[in-house]
Design a binder for this molecule. Structure first.
Ligand code: NAP
Length: 256
């Protein structure tokens, strides 16, 4: 006797908050959760023309404690509770051709505020709601930069590495509350923001235009959907015995 999975229904009744869901990988995650029947709130500073229209959009800056508290309050009010939190907002706005010592203090602060503290603060703010959920899943989005660090991006690499370690600590701590905590770690993925940064990087460092593709054994950069599919697995009941894992979605980049 075989039972067929219906992926269009697996998130029915689930309430989700996705940070940075206005575009790029986050927008694909939002769309994937919506396709599975979830009710979804998106948090970012500005709605874009690719922000999935079926989601509720909340504007705010996740780099500040006040911004996070306001987003959490509005999201919980809109959803009436929470089952799935995806801490996806992140990135690096600058790199340093002068090496790690040339990264200004404010860039370190910015990298940690966006890539680590936003997730820590938002998780803390919604924990009571996740504890009340019968199917709580938290997914944090890291980067292969955490384990393939470069001095030019030392601030970003270090912030993502901290996010990964924080996630493992949380997974162990929250298991008894039935809250699963996992990490999805993309390699190079085609998004407008990352494409622009990679182009500036290869230009300024004198690298070939396809330097990032050359790192990927599968021979192409990823799509946002490649990442969203694995987030969906971890957020769904299909991943119900998964906690504390880090799934690298990188075309084999880190297998080298
Ligand atoms: N694309 C890649 O190659 C790649 C590789 C490895 C890891 N990642 C990680 O995957 C995640 C998504 O990357 P992406 O390429 O999809 O990024 P993206 O296209 O630049 O989108 C970033 C999202 O985060 C939001 N955001 C940025 N700063 C914010 C702030 N201060 N407050 C609230 N929202 C903010 C953006 O909206 P607003 O700007 O309007 O706020 C947008 O929705 C990030 O954590 C990134 O580090 C990406």
């Amino acid at each position: 006797m075989s039972s067929k999975l219906d992926l269009s229904q697996e998130f029915i009744g689930r309430r989700a908050l996705v940070t940075g869901g206005s575009r790029g990988i986050g927008a694909a995650i939002v769309q994937r959760l919506l396709d599975g029947g979830a009710t979804v709130v998106v948090a970012a500073r500005t709605r874009s023309d690719v922000t999935p229209a079926a989601a509720t959009f909340i504007s705010g800056d996740l780099r500040t404690s006040e911004g996070v508290q306001a987003i959490a309050a509005q999201a919980l009010a809109a959803l009436g509770g929470l089952d799935i939190l995806v801490n996806n907002a992140g990135g690096s706005r600058a790199f340093s051709t002068g090496g790690s010592e040339a990264i200004p203090d404010d860039e370190w602060q910015d990298a940690f505020a966006l890539n680590l503290f936003s997730a820590v603060r938002l998780t803390n703010a919604v924990l009571p709601a996740l504890r009340a959920s019968k199917a709580a899943a938290l997914v944090n989005i890291s980067s292969t930069a955490a384990t393939m660090p470069a001095a030019t991006f030392a601030h970003y690499c270090a912030a993502k590495a901290a996010l990964e370690t924080y996630s493992r600590a949380l997974a162990v701590e929250l298991a008894a509350s039935g809250i699963r905590v996992n990490v999805v770690t993309p390699g190079p993925v085609a998004t407008a923001g990352a494409d622009d940064l990679r182009k500036r990087y290869t230009d300024e460092m004198g690298l070939p235009a396809d330097a990032f593709v050359q790192q990927v054994p599968l021979g192409r950069v990823g799509t946002p959907d490649d990442v969203a599919e694995v987030v969906a697995l971890l957020a769904s009941d299909r991943g119900k015995w998964l906690t504390g894992v880090n799934y690298r979605v990188d075309g084999g980049q880190t297998a080298r």
